[in-house]
Ligand binder design. Structure first.
Ligand SMILES: NC(=O)c1ccc[n+]([C@@H]2O[C@H](COP(=O)([O-])OP(=O)(O)OC[C@H]3O[C@@H](n4cnc5c(N)ncnc54)[C@H](OP(=O)(O)O)[C@@H]3O)[C@@H](O)[C@H]2O)c1
Length: 323
């Protein structure tokens, strides 16, 4: 089978399009014939050797995929051959066949496309668990989403709207603002042109927001922290723009909290919340309250080009790899 793998760390250009053996199931796992997979920012981080997990060589990017079950371990009881599924996997999902753990494999809704299924788990489940369980976001609360046209930013926007929150969505260009506005946000802010803190102050009549969802960090952190109201929650979600240091005095004086949000925490220590989240998100998908935005599709051999779009800050929504 064809697979995208690397034998050294670096940028997407180190990846090779290789012929390798189709993996064989053991008694506990599932073999999926992959129809689509997708790129996540974490693929770039793993490729650099800076991710929380460091797989042995050769490994490939790809944390999720969708396809049909073509083989099953003898102890796997809750799936059947030919079922349409999506799976969250540890890495190496850019391949024609993938082994998955039944624990993180889900039968997909009949109407879900392969591209949607392959782009679903990481972005939606991580932003849902962050907003719901860490941020406790409630209807009519105000939420500020940074990097709002990106993969997890846009899913955070959709989920916040589905919860009934008032959404302030921020991004770095008018092209990205156009994407956000298609999702019916209450206010959009281009933080390249405008001062985020001042804009939020004006839009909230001096009060600020209840929750910040931040997959970006870096220079934006300071203005976003100042945009939190009394008792507000800062969801620390990602560091694409750099890892900020938190000035504890600014948490204390306004009774704010900064809260870590990690999908891996739920995968390792609170799986039930993952399964409940997937169920809720599939329901929202079936009701057309959320709809993955696939801005581009690539062939498997062109996966490095897809990753480079994220690296160069040119991606919007999700990018799928169709096999
Ligand atoms: N905590 C979790 O469980 C979890 C789960 C999934 C992902 N993440 C993390 O969340 C972050 C975002 O992931 P993603 O998949 O949403 O990425 P993405 O699709 O590439 O979006 C990231 C956004 O960050 C902004 N950005 C600012 N500086 C950038 C730079 N130097 N390069 C690229 N983008 C930059 C961009 O928006 P603007 O141009 O509008 O600023 C971009 O749209 C990553 O750090 C990822 O590891 C965390």
């Amino acid at each position: 089978m064809k697979s995208i793998l690397c034998n050294r760390l670096g940028d997407p250009d180190v990846l090779e399009y290789k012929d390798v053996d189709i993996p064989q199931v053991d008694e506990n796992n599932i073999l999926i014939k992959v129809k689509a997979t997708s790129v996540n920012y974490a693929d770039l981080v793993m490729l650099k050797g800076q991710y929380q997990t460091k797989p042995d060589f050769p490994f490939g990017p790809g944390l999720e995929c969708a396809g049909e079950i073509v083989d099953l371990g003898i102890k796997v009881k809750k799936f059947e051959l030919n079922q349409r599924v999506l799976a969250k996997i540890p890495h190496s999902g850019f391949a024609e066949y993938v082994l998955s753990n039944p624990e993180f494999t889900y039968k997909i809704p009949d109407k879900m496309t392969w591209e949607h299924a392959a782009s679903f788990f990481v972005a939606y489940v991580s932003s849902y668990t962050a907003l719901k369980y860490q941020g406790n976001l409630m209807p009519n609360q105000k939420v500020l989403v940074l990097g709002a046209a990106g993969g997890t930013g846009l899913t955070a926007v959709e989920i916040s709207k589905a919860i009934g929150a008032k959404v302030f969505a921020a991004a770095s260009s008018y092209e990205k603002i156009k994407v956000i506005e298609e999702y019916g946000v209450d206010h959009s802010i281009n933080y390249t042109d405008k001062n985020l803190k001042e804009e939020i102050k004006i839009l909230t009549h001096g009060k600020g927001v209840d929750v910040v969802f931040d997959p970006v960090g870096g220079k934006l952190f300071d203005e976003a922290l100042s945009s939190l109201d009394w008792g507000g929650k800062y969801l620390i979600f990602g560091f694409v723009g750099g890892i900020p240091q938190i000035p504890s005095n600014r948490l204390l004086v306004k009774h704010r909290s900064a809260i870590g949000c990690s999908l891996r925490f739920f995968e390792n220590y609170d799986k039930e919340k993952i399964h409940t989240s997937v169920e809720t998100l599939f329901k929202l998908y079936n009701e057309e309250k959320i709809k993955p935005f696939i801005s581009k599709c690539f062939e498997l051999k062109d996966a490095p080009k897809a990753l480079n779009l994220l690296k160069e800050r040119k991606a919007t929504g999700r990018i799928a790899i169709v096999i």
